[in-house]
Write a protein that binds this ligand. Structure first.
Ligand code: SF4
Ligand code: SF4
Length: 317
């Protein structure tokens, strides 16, 4: 989008359509060792970490100058918050005038004190509990500290049978305002009885239980939502390889628009939440990126008030 000279950047931002970005840089290492994850205990070389830090700095600089209002969800392959450049950059992004939301997927292993530097009206954490990687009391303590600090967050768990007891315990110990989501385990089918047990914990488990048929379906990605990698390559989502353009030369903007999904199935929440046929922009109104349904949520309501489903197209409430 070009900025007419008669408009200030601030006015242009109000006029431009908001953009939601799913960012994933080169980082692909983690301090945990989950059996269901290819990035478990993987280490990044020094060169890769340097490249990741530089890529993040460049991305943050682009956001600061962007002529759109921006919401961003960081979806690292591994764990980002053990790296100081993510903690620092996320906090800084929350203070930019054109940023509505900064959310990150994390194992919540890092101490939450870094959030003191953030504007908590715009920060949100998507936490995942991995019961065989962290003592229960430590994870629960993290949740309690985040709540005491007024940080907006939700937590979740992979719906494996061996996780059920820990998930029940966590649900029982967390206040009702903290949403606990359950992801269907990859490749697993659930009997109705099994699904009912998980639905007792997460009333929205039904959306995760089965992959969604998406071939030819309308989806907001590629229009108001895009995926960006460390080189600034823009795709519609993390699951469709076709390149729309680049963030840093602005070429992606000419490619933004509605187009049907080319994949047969969409089975990940960060993708199917944007499908028009699903009611998830209503279910998660005000918390689409961080996976917090309307009516749940610790901390201040982001952006200081009314739910604002960022990235919402004109067809959404
Ligand atoms: S915490 Fe997340 S990134 Fe790390 S090993 Fe477990 S699933 Fe993978
Ligand atoms: S439905 Fe899923 S896979 Fe298809 S374009 Fe949307 S997010 Fe991508």
């Amino acid at each position: 989008m070009s900025v007419p000279p008669s408009l200030s950047l601030a006015s242009a931002r109000e006029a431009a359509r908001p953009l939601t970005i799913l960012y994933r840089g080169p980082l692909a290492s983690c301090d945990y060792d989950c059996g269901y994850c290819p990035f478990a205990k993987r280490r990044d070389s020094r060169a890769r970490l340097t490249a990741d830090r530089r890529a993040l700095t460049r991305f943050a600089g682009w956001i600061a100058a962007a002529p759109e209002r921006i919401s961003v969800l960081f979806t690292p392959w591994g764990e980002a918050l053990v790296r100081p450049w993510y903690r620092r950059t996320l906090a800084e992004l929350t203070h930019l005038p054109n940023v509505d939301r900064v959310a990150v997927q994390t194992n919540l292993g890092a101490r939450p004190s870094w959030t003191e530097a953030a504007d908590l009206r715009r920060l949100a954490l998507w936490g995942t509990y991995h019961p065989d990687q962290v003592p229960y009391e430590r994870f629960l303590g993290r949740c309690r500290e985040l709540r005491a600090r007024g940080v907006r967050f939700a937590v979740g768990i992979v719906g494996l049978p061996e996780h059920l007891a820990a998930a029940r315990r966590l649900r029982g110990d967390l206040p009702a305002e903290v949403y606990l989501w359950v992801n269907a385990a990859e490749g697993r089918t659930y009997t109705d009885a099994e699904a009912a047990a998980w639905t007792d914990l997460d009333p929205h488990f039904g959306f995760s239980r089965h992959a969604h048929v998406s071939a030819g379906a309308a989806c907001r990605t590629g229009d108001t939502v895009v995926s960006v990698d460390g080189d600034g390559v823009v795709r519609r989502c993390h699951f469709v390889p076709e390149v729309l353009g680049n963030l840093y030369d602005g070429s992606f903007r000419a490619a933004l628009g509605r187009r049907p999904c080319p994949r047969p199935l969409c089975d990940c929440h960060i993708g199917y939440v944007h499908m028009d046929a699903l009611p998830l922009y209503d279910v998660f109104a005000g918390g689409i990126l961080e996976r917090i349904p309307a009516g749940y949520g610790t901390g201040p309501h982001p952006a200081g008030g009314a739910p604002r489903p960022t990235g919402a197209g004109p067809e959404t409430a």
